[in-house]
Design a protein around this ligand. Structure first.
Ligand code: FEO
Length: 398
């Protein structure tokens, strides 16, 4: 019992750290892993809140059995979110505890049937319904599309713990503790939260805002998400971060994202970055799309107010990795950014038109001059790059 991690006298963390998966959703790099947080409430009734991916199931069951001791039975499994990173282990859990009733809303139970063929021993709950465990009382808040249609949050009223599903979660395994006040480097975890938010949740920013409004009057002592730290010393901080990101509020700063096949577009990028750094006050981040994974570029672009995009023409269009990044940005619907555009071409143009069309579709504030260079930049072209940097700084000041 010594390894048990308690949130309070009734609630335990029984999650697992995934240090095996290379790409979350087979898309996003997680070099430092990810946690699938699962919780157990030992009250008159026993409830597990959210399960885990089907990894480390032996250890997961061992933790549960150790906490149950001679009680041997789970009464309820509450599913806040049925994406398989939280439900992959359900079949094994149900085999181990066949009497366990699975609790979810209508959409959850539909997906439970479609994913796992489970139809029996389930309980459908409605928005605002309460499940009494004895001392603990679970109140359900339906918060659709944070991140799937069935997502909900469960608020334990007695201890004021909000089990928030994916909301307020982040990448990164929990190595030095699970609570925000235990972690040695909270800034790192906040950066991993931003990356998780932008990569996975950001498309549903409007629904995150609705969810935050729905829980705004709750007295919250702890935020217990399905990923990342449990926030007990500053639960409001986790909510404030997601609130800021889902409002798409940007900080002072510039992100240059460029591609360059033979160094000509890179030369332009350097002229722009020198001109920016001479005048700007916030940070400058520079990403070469051939080297930085979009996961990290998206996080920076979401954070800062001005974006400068540079691409050579490739097969009469955008450089493919830049094209991929722009599709991701368009899909996520990022609004209200200052944008600058530059690029080069050899025997056919195309990239600049696509970049300009993109900026128009996004309704971003296009900053002049748009610079298109044939082959190698001349002194005049580089002067234009300097002007672009200065004009972006001007816009940032307004
Ligand atoms: Fe952590 Fe949307 O699953």
């Amino acid at each position: 019992m010594s390894a048990e991690i308690q949130l309070n006298d009734k609630i335990y963390w029984i999650g697992v750290n995934d240090r095996q998966t290379a790409l979350f959703e087979e898309l996003w790099p997680i070099p430092n892993g990810v946690a699938y947080n699962s919780y157990m409430i030992l009250d008159d009734k026993v409830a597990v809140i959210d399960a885990v991916k089907d990894i480390s199931m032996d250890r997961y069951l061992e933790k549960i059995r150790s906490l149950l001791a001679d009680r041997r039975k789970i009464d309820y499994l509450i599913i806040n979110h049925i994406e398989p990173d939280h439900s992959g282990g359900i079949k094994i859990l149900r085999e181990a505890f066949p009497d366990m009733e699975i609790v979810g809303n209508k959409k959850t139970l539909d997906l439970l049937t479609h994913f796992y063929g489970i139809k029996d021993n389930v309980r459908q709950v409605e928005d605002g319904e309460i499940l009494d465990l004895g001392t603990c009382r679970l109140k359900f808040f339906l918060t659709p599309m944070v991140h799937w249609p069935e997502t909900m949050m469960t608020y334990e009223e007695t201890h004021k713990v909000l089990f928030s599903g994916d909301a307020f979660g982040g990448f990164g395994s929990l190595d030095d503790g699970i609570f925000d006040d235990e972690l040695r480097d909270l800034q790192y975890h906040e950066a991993e939260m931003l990356r998780y938010f932008t990569n996975v949740i950001a498309k549903y920013s409007v629904m995150v805002q609705k969810a935050i409004t729905k829980i705004k009057d709750l007295d919250i002592a702890m935020v217990a998400s399905t990923h990342g730290p449990v926030w007990r010393s500053s639960p409001r901080h986790a909510i404030e971060l997601y609130d800021k990101w889902s409002r798409q509020e940007a900080e002072d700063g510039v992100v240059i994202v460029y591609a360059s096949m033979y160094g000509n577009t890179e030369k332009m990028m350097e002229a722009i970055s020198r001109s920016l750094t001479a005048e700007m006050t916030g940070p400058l981040r520079v990403h070469n799309v051939s080297r930085s994974h979009p996961s990290y570029i998206l996080a920076d672009i979401w954070r800062y107010r001005a974006i400068v995009l540079g691409s050579p023409t490739y097969n009469m269009g955008l450089f493919p990795l830049m094209d991929h990044l722009l599709r991701l940005l368009e899909n996520k619907g990022l609004k209200d950014r200052i944008v600058g555009i530059f690029g080069s071409y050899g025997w056919s143009g195309g990239a600049i038109k696509e970049l300009t069309d993109f900026a128009g579709r996004m309704k971003w504030q296009l900053t002049e001059p748009v610079i298109e260079v044939n082959c190698s930049p001349t002194d005049e072209d580089l002067n234009n790059c300097t002007r672009l940097g200065m004009n972006i700084v001007q816009r940032l000041r307004t």
